[in-house]
Design a protein around this ligand. Structure first.
Ligand code: UDP
Length: 405
């Protein structure tokens, strides 16, 4: 993948702008820090963003904090609680979080002029801000508009110590005393997950997963997480099946920072047991071609989340011109404009109704998918995202070495 390869997709001038902005950051190190190299949207974005920034001549790096099982149990609770989900948090949970954070503070080597910390897991690292002349930004990928008060109160002093906070959408943010930037996530059209695939590859993946291509395929790709509501989708599928024959594919893996997934996967398997039309696929990290092929093989792609960050899987499906049915949560309404770039569904019956509508109106489904692809081209491709990050770093500047825009 080279920068020039994006030209047919986004045009020459967009790339020229990236080169000009990147040149102003030459010699600067941008250090991204999160909690996992694989699994979930943040790792997905960083794995594409970091090499692309490097190609543009920015010294972008990616470090991961070290956590224990206990720590990730707690951060998962934090994640759910920040989404407004009721969680039973104990004083012990907060001390586990602080102990592991202190260890990372001691061990993690900071080398960035810009330290870009993603999500709450590594948030405490900002305590090192006093040690150097660096700019610190906290990238919040979660919708924190209605968080659990205890977790928010606990995190707030750390957030406020950053130079800036970055949210995916206006509705996700909260009033803060620091500067805020709004930057939507993105997908990479040239990654294995999103690039064009030959039909033979798609067919090969279906046959490897033992999915006959005999009836319309409805797919959701997601970590096995309650908030993605895979069981609710199975219930919606049961309703669809009353009038239309179809297959349901639930494909996902587990993330190293998500301890709940095994349990959810067990429940999904129990619920799907004995139904040959439901395919529950546990896919290992790096199954990008497989996910790409499954999305492309689908008649409808669903994202029936109860809560969502941005919901990258939606853009992934729209980019493939697939008709999407998705709940109106988190960043999904930014991507799915109801009845224009997909359908925003409500509840199990609403999801079933919308899936049926698309399966019985292929022309409408195709029109939605094509609109969706253009919407993603305009708003959610990695080149736009790179530009926004470059502008963010430039506007944060460096004390004593200020960059003026
Ligand atoms: N994904 C993956 N393997 C899986 C499940 C998901 O590679 O088993 C990818 C998916 O294609 C998407 C990202 O992980 O790129 C999930 O991002 P999203 O914003 O949809 O959800 P998150 O997991 O961050 O809540």
């Amino acid at each position: 993948m080279r920068i020039a390869d994006y030209e047919p997709i986004v045009g020459k001038s967009s790339l020229e702008e990236l080169r000009l902005l990147a040149a102003r950051l030459s010699g600067k190190i941008v250090q991204n820090i999160n909690s996992t190299f694989v699994g979930g949207g943040v790792a997905e974005i960083l794995s594409r963003m970091v090499p692309l920034l490097c190609q543009l001549g920015v010294d972008a790096r990616w470090s991961v904090i070290k956590g224990t099982d206990d720590f990730f149990q707690v951060t998962k609770k934090f994640h759910n609680a920040l989404h407004g989900w009721a969680e039973d948090l104990t004083p012990q949970d907060f001390s586990v979080f602080m102990e592991v954070s202190q260890r990372n503070l001691a061990e993690l080597k900071l080398d960035g002029h810009y330290v870009f910390v993603h999500d709450p897991q590594p948030i405490v690292l900002v305590e090192k801000k006093k040690d150097g002349n660096r700019k610190w930004a906290w990238r919040c990928h979660i919708d924190v508009s209605r968080p659990d008060g205890r977790v928010w109160k606990f995190l707030e002093p750390f957030i406020n110590a950053y130079d800036a906070a970055v949210f995916s959408a206006p509705a996700f943010s909260r009033p803060l005393p620091i500067r805020q930037f709004l930057i939507s996530p993105s997908i990479d059209p040239l990654s294995d997950k999103n690039k064009e695939l030959p039909q033979a590859t798609i067919d090969g993946v279906l046959s490897r997963f033992n999915i006959p291509n005999d009836k319309p395929i409805i797919t959701q790709v997601s970590r096995f997480d309650y908030l993605k509501d895979p069981v609710g989708l199975i219930q919606a599928f049961d309703l669809v099946k009353r009038s239309i024959d179809a297959r349901l594919v639930l494909a996902g893996g587990t993330a190293t920072d998500d301890p709940e997934s095994e349990k959810v996967l067990g429940e999904v398997r129990d619920r799907a047991a004995g139904n040959p039309d439901i395919h529950v696929l546990l896919i290992p990290p790096g199954s990008d071609i497989e996910i790409n092929a499954l999305q492309r093989a689908s008649a409808v792609v669903v994202q029936k989340s109860i809560k969502e960050g941005f919901g990258l899987t939606v853009s992934e499906a729209l980019w493939k011109a697939k008709p999407v049915v998705a709940s109106a949560v988190g960043g999904i309404p930014l991507q799915v404009k109801n009845k224009l770039t997909g359908l925003l569904s409500h509840g199990i019956e609403g999801t079933a109704y919308d899936i049926r509508q698309l399966l019985t109106n292929p022309d409408y489904a195709r029109w939605l998918g094509q609109n969706g692809r253009e919407h993603v081209r305009q708003n959610f491709l990695i080149t736009r995202h790179v530009r926004d990050y470059l502008l963010l770093f430039l506007s944060l500047g460096q004390t004593g070495d200020m960059v003026y825009l």
